[in-house]
Each structure stands twice: as structure tokens, then as C-alpha cells.
Design a protein around this ligand. Structure first.
Ligand code: NAG
Ligand code: NAG
Ligand code: NAG
Length: 355
């Protein structure tokens, strides 16, 4: 074939292709006769790409069931694929110069990630939230506010800001939504574990949890979550006492998860506890097989029987030690769970993140 013929052939193919696209465009899409000066906000779009024309933009939308409408910027050739539709009152629309909006004629709201449509609202599962179950929650409090109120406590997938991939945590979907860090309530559960276990996290007994330092790092990075420590008294004179730390943040693995920031808020705490964490700021995390204490030779993790941030004086608290549940005063053992200067032997300890 001569060059000219090849060009003619390609041109013919292109025109044919165009006709099919154009035909399907006018069949499938409509420009609503209300809100003609408005397009859907980019919050409602799940993908932005370059396109030669609104017809091309719509052709891409045709191929995806989640795509209900397109916003197209004529000058820039920017194509927004939307999983939403302009409301009848244009309430969710914005004015965007030189832009057009087209919706699929047969558009019905669809929920992503296995969500189901109930009374025109998406009911999401497994950690997905958003109008269309289009994103993962950043932590359990976010999930609680968005979707999972007073539902079961259990495993949920989360994606904290900046995290390279999602991961599973245990959420208590009550009281505003809590991301479990530590749950320690049984004397049989020994948390004198290896460094690898403290980094990866571990579960024990019925609901015992240590979340793992890598997950804790990603959750703490935005510094928006409070670290809450709750000690429970023995049943006879029962009660929970919360201690609230704000601006909690730890470093990444290269710092051995150094404690970077934690500010005790006494007004929000329910007990006048010792500020156990402020002395530990700057300390790396330690376990018996990885003692990162800058003061060598103290053997704090082996002595205390757990993993924690320790410095020269070890620590004024020992949440991962052994539970004695004496029912009264502290036993005085080094490995006992305690949080100074609380002088009673707790039934258990719970630590979570929340905002
Ligand atoms: C949706 O359900 C399918 C079939 O049960 C499953 O394979 C898939 O992983 C689920 N997707 C999500 C995001 O949960
Ligand atoms: C809390 O404890 C500290 C030190 O133990 C003490 O100085 C302070 O007076 C106590 N505050 C209250 C309100 O009891
Ligand atoms: C923790 O485990 C280490 C290593 O097995 C051991 O040396 C240490 O005594 C243990 N600590 C406690 C309190 O059990």
C-alpha cells in the first residue's frame, strides 16, 4: 500500500470509529436542561484524564459502570469521570469556566466495593465509607462518623493518610469509634514477645491485641488521633479510668519507632496519673531481644516482661507486663502491669486511638 493509501485507510478507520463513538454518545448521554452552567465538583469524580473532546471523555465513561456522568473542561481537555450526578437543585454543582456536564441517560446510583443500595444510600462493608463506598476509612473514628455506628466490634480495613497500602485493625464501633492498640485483660496472656512480634502485631486469647508498631506509626503520623489509656479496677470497687494523650506520634522503623510526641491532657483525663510518656519522648521502642535503651545494661524489657519505650529509669508505667489482679494494692513485682502512681493492681488495660 502506498503511503497515501495507508493514510486514507487510517482516516476511514478513524471516521468509522468516530461515528460509532458519536452515535453511542448521543444515544447514551444527555446534557440536562437544568443547571447548564454547572458541573459536578471534583469531589464526586474518581478519575481525571486527558481527552480530545467531550465525546471521547464520555466514551471512556461508557465503559465503566461506576461512571454516571462526566465533567469536561473544553480548553484544557480535562475529563472528569464522576460516580455521582448533579442534584436536581444543582446543590452539589460548581461553576467552572468553559466546562460542560453530561450524564448517562440510564444512570442509577451504584455502590462500589460491594456496598448495597438501601433507600438510595450506599451501605458499605469492611471499612469502606463515602457516598459510594468509594474510599477506605482512615481510622475507626472516621469509620464510625461516616458509616459504622454501633455495629459490631471487629476487623476493618483502613488506609491512614500517607500509608502506602491499607491494613486491618480491630475497631470498637461504639463510643465514637476506637482503633485498638492494646487489650490486655487476662493473667494467662504473657506479652514478653520478640521485636518482630511487636513490629508486626499479635493477637492472643479471645480479644487480646497488640496492633503492631508499623501500623501504629502510620496511624500516628497525622498527629490527629488521641492516645487513650484506660485502666480497669477489680470488680469489687470497679471502674475505668481514662488517661488522655494528645498529639501522639511515633517515628518509623529507621528510628526503631521512637516516641516523638505525646501530651497529657489532665483536664480530659479521669485520674491524676503520672505523665508516664513525657519522660520517654525521644526513646526508641524496646523488647527483650532488641533493647534500644540509650542507657545500656538495664534490661528494662526483660525485667518488665513486655515491650515499650524505655529510658534510663525504665518507665513509670508497664502496660505490657503481667497482670496480677491482686484485688488490692500493687504487688511490687517489676513485671507487674502498672501506671504510676496508681497504687492498685488493675484488672486490665486498654489502649486505643480516637478523635
Ligand atoms: C466483593 O465481593 C467479592 C465476592 O465475594 C470478593 O471477591 C471481593 O474481594 C469483595 N471486594 C471487596 C472490596 O470487599
Ligand atoms: C496530681 O499529681 C501531681 C503529682 O503527683 C500533684 O502535684 C498535683 O497536685 C495533683 N493534682 C491534683 C488535681 O490532684
Ligand atoms: C522475658 O523473656 C526473656 C527471654 O526469654 C527472659 O529473659 C525474661 O526473664 C522474661 N521476663 C519476664 C518478666 O518474664
Amino acid at each position: 500500500m502506498s503511503t497515501l493509501n495507508v493514510l486514507k485507510f487510517l482516516l476511514a478507520l478513524y471516521c468509522c470509529f468516530r461515528i460509532i463513538i458519536c452515535h453511542s454518545f448521543y444515544e447514551d448521554f444527555i446534557r440536562p436542561d437544568f443547571c447548564t452552567d454547572k458541573v459536578l465538583t471534583s469531589l464526586e469524580s474518581y478519575l481525571t484524564l486527558e481527552a480530545g473532546s467531550v465525546i471521547q471523555c464520555a466514551a471512556i465513561c461508557s465503559l465503566d459502570t461506576y461512571c454516571l456522568s462526566v465533567s469536561f473542561m473544553l480548553k484544557e481537555g480535562k475529563c472528569f469521570l464522576n460516580f455521582g450526578l448533579l442534584a436536581d437543585d444543582c446543590g452539589n454543582g460548581v461553576n467552572l469556566a468553559d466546562s460542560v456536564y453530561f450524564k448517562k441517560k440510564k444512570a442509577v446510583k451504584t455502590c462500589m466495593n460491594n456496598g448495597t443500595l438501601v433507600n438510595n444510600d450506599c451501605v458499605c462493608y469492611g471499612g469502606y465509607v463515602g457516598t459510594y463506598c468509594d474510599r477506605l476509612m482512615t481510622d475507626c473514628s472516621d469509620g464510625y462518623r461516616e458509616m459504622y455506628q454501633d455495629v459490631i466490634t471487629g476487623s476493618y480495613e483502613i488506609l491512614p493518610p500517607g500509608a502506602p497500602q491499607s491494613f486491618t485493625v480491630t475497631c470498637v464501633m461504639k463510643h465514637g469509634g476506637r482503633t485498638d492498640i492494646l487489650r490486655h485483660f487476662k493473667t494467662v496472656d504473657k506479652l514478653n514477645r520478640t521485636w518482630a512480634e511487636y513490629v508486626d502485631g499479635f493477637h492472643y486469647g479471645q480479644r487480646g491485641t497488640w496492633i503492631g508498631l508499623e501500623k501504629l506509626y502510620w496511624l500516628s503520623r497525622s498527629k490527629t488521633l488521641d492516645l487513650i489509656i484506660s485502666l480497669e479496677k477489680i470488680k469489687a470497687n470497679s471502674g475505668y479510668f481514662k488517661i488522655v494523650y494528645e498529639n501522639f506520634e511515633i517515628g518509623d522503623s529507621s528510628t526503631n519507632y521512637q516516641l516523638l510526641s505525646a501530651q497529657l491532657n489532665r483536664a480530659r483525663s479521669e485520674i491524676n496519673a503520672t505523665d508516664c510518656l513525657s519522660d520517654l519522648i525521644g526513646s526508641s521502642f524496646s523488647s527483650y531481644d532488641m533493647d534500644n535503651n540509650q542507657v545500656q545494661g538495664l534490661g528494662c524489657p526483660a525485667k518488665y516482661g513486655g515491650g515499650w519505650w524505655y529510658n534510663g529509669a525504665c518507665a513509670q508505667c508497664n502496660p505490657t507486663g503481667n497482670l496480677y489482679q491482686s484485688g488490692g494494692a500493687r504487688t511490687g513485682n517489676d513485671d507487674e502491669v502498672f501506671w504510676g502512681p496508681i497504687d492498685w493492681s488493675p484488672l486490665g488495660i486498654n489502649i486505643w486511638l480516637q478523635n
